[in-house]
Design a protein around this ligand. Structure first.
Ligand code: NAD
Ligand code: UDX
Length: 447
């Protein structure tokens, strides 16, 4: 099948690569000319395991191509994916300008019927707007071409995106009527093995399904962070509680890891957008508001523990930081907890010596060169002469470090762990002061 994908970001590029992998002919269109040129040279704009070989292979085979020529894109595909960003605007609502711009572009150039698939995460009612935008441009052109608008939200996780798209748990398809269903089945047939993963519904329900899924996951995390904060006050260990409740299949082990707050390009933005959508309908969503408030506060947890530990002697200290990305296996820094941490430390006159396996270039791009930020090439180098170690991201290589080396390199044997990677008892035996999230006694400053 001939497929066009507008937007070559995390979602568009991964989706395009896996569609090419199964034999669809995919043309990607982006307004970012540098990104398009780089992709043609094999330079991939994001770090995503498994993506580079897939893109290289299918660019070479001709199944995957990149262009800035929107007209060529529209003429190429029978299906037209919209996979552009929907960032928050000033009040937190999803900004639909990029989605609607693509809709108008498709309507401007189409010469034959098209199925327009909305992959971007968009508020309920957006498909109606896309449909109206296309109809209005076609009317201006005096054209009477058939088109369908389909809502087909994406559920991939960064760091596991290729696998998530190759083996989706479910494929949600929202349609206005029966007409595009067969084509959607054909498009996704190669991913729809073993059992039927396609779930058809109306477009509004499909649009809400995406927000409901992300908000449910964010709710689990904020709930656990609240329990962790309570566990500290009550002298309980949240890690024991996590295992205790996760064993109930109705709760499950997924997404109940407490930490220094959720980040990324989706949860913070999507929780906020659903709150705004609800408020626009005159409904005040209490649970979602609490989920957001708990998370915003949780991101200040590590800086507060550090301030409390060093008290009046904080200014002038150097902190070693392990982990910058919002989670492991990505170089994405959007809404990362490390950013709140670094900005709080800098405001308090603290220097940061940071290491991340993938996100250092992105950190440099965001913050530029500054006296109070040193990016180093190894996790060990970050420790040298630092007053304490802080962990924001649970990269595998941080899980079993050489604690003797850490102790010898730090001025004080103190670790602030935002991801509960270590055993507090063992660290205490090794002579560390260990602050973790929700682990009872360990969070209190020893007298
Ligand atoms: P992104 O910012 O990484 O990429 C968006 C791309 O769209 C950019 O390359 C940009 O240049 C391009 N673009 C903007 N306007 C364009 C236009 N008119 N024509 C062609 N290209 C244009 O975004 P992303 O992270 O891939 O997210 C895309 C959408 O998917 C968002 O709605 C997001 O919420 C949703 N989503 C993201 C994830 C994720 O993990 N990143 C997961 C599921 C859903
Ligand atoms: C999320 C959804 O999981 C995915 O389905 C959707 O398509 C896009 O948004 P992503 O943002 O890539 O994916 O990352 P995810 O693995 O969900 O983690 C988001 C944040 O939650 C990270 O900061 C992570 O550290 C945090 N998290 C996750 C926790 O704090 N605890 C957990 O138990 C799980």
């Amino acid at each position: 099948m001939k497929v066009t994908v507008f937007g070559i970001g995390y979602v568009g590029l991964v989706q395009a690569a896996v569609l090419a992998e199964v034999g669809h002919q995919v043309l990607c269109v982006d307004v970012n000319a540098e990104r398009v040129e780089n992709l043609k040279k094999g330079i991939i704009p994001i770090y995503e395991p498994g993506l580079t070989p897939l893109v290289e292979k299918h660019f070479a085979s001709g199944y995957l191509n990149f262009t800035t020529d929107a007209q060529a894109g529209v003429l190429h595909g029978d299906v037209q994916f919209i996979a552009v960003g929907t960032p928050p605007d000033e009040d937190g609502s999803a900004d639909l300008q990029y989605v609607l711009a693509v809709a108008k572009t498709i309507a401007t150039y189409m010469q034959s019927p098209k199925v327009v698939i909305d992959k971007s995460t968009v508020p309920v009612g957006t498909a109606d707007k896309v449909k109206a935008a296309i109809a209005s441009v076609l009317a201006e052109r005096g054209q009477q071409l058939d088109f369908d608008v389909v809502s087909n939200p994406e559920f991939l996780k960064e760091g596991a995106a290729v696998n998530d798209c190759m083996r989706p748990d479910r494929i949600i398809v929202g349609t206005y009527d029966e007409r595009p269903k067969d084509l959607m089945r054909e498009l996704y047939e190669p991913f729809n093995r073993n059992h039927d993963k396609m779930i058809f519904m109306d477009v509004r329900s499909a649009e809400l399904t995406k927000y409901a899924a992300n908000c449910m996951l964010a709710t689990k995390i904020s709930f656990m962070n609240e329990m962790a904060n309570l566990a500290e006050l009550l002298g309980a260990d949240i890690e024991a509680v996590r295992k205790g409740i996760g064993s109930d299949p109705r709760i499950g082990y997924h997404f109940i890891y407490p930490g220094c707050g959720y980040g990324g390009s989706c949860f913070p933005k999507d929780v906020q957008a659903l709150i705004r959508s609800s408020e626009q309908m005159g409904y005040s969503p209490k649970v979602l508001q609490a989920v957001e408030a708990v998370n915003n506060k949780q991101k200040y947890k590590l800086p507060e523990l550090i301030k409390q530990h060093f008290d009046t002697e904080l200014a002038g200290k150097t902190i070693a930081l392990w982990g910058l990305s919002f989670k492991p296996n990505t170089d994405d820094m959007r809404e990362a907890s490390s950013r709140v941490l670094m900005e709080q430390l800098w405001a308090a006159g603290v220097k940061v010596q940071a290491y991340d396996p993938e996100a250092m270039e992105e950190t440099q791009r965001i913050y530029g060169v500054r006296d109070d930020l040193t990016l180093v090439g190894t996790k060990e180098a970050a420790l040298k002469g630092a007053d304490a170690l802080v962990i924001c991201t649970e990269w595998q290589q941080f899980r079993a470090p050489d604690f003797d080396l850490i102790k010898s390199q730090l001025r004080q044997a103190v670790i602030f762990d935002g991801r509960n990677l270590y055993d507090p008892r063992r660290l205490a035996q090794r002579g560390f002061i260990y602050y973790a999230i929700g682990r009872g006694e360990t969070v209190r400053k020893p007298s």
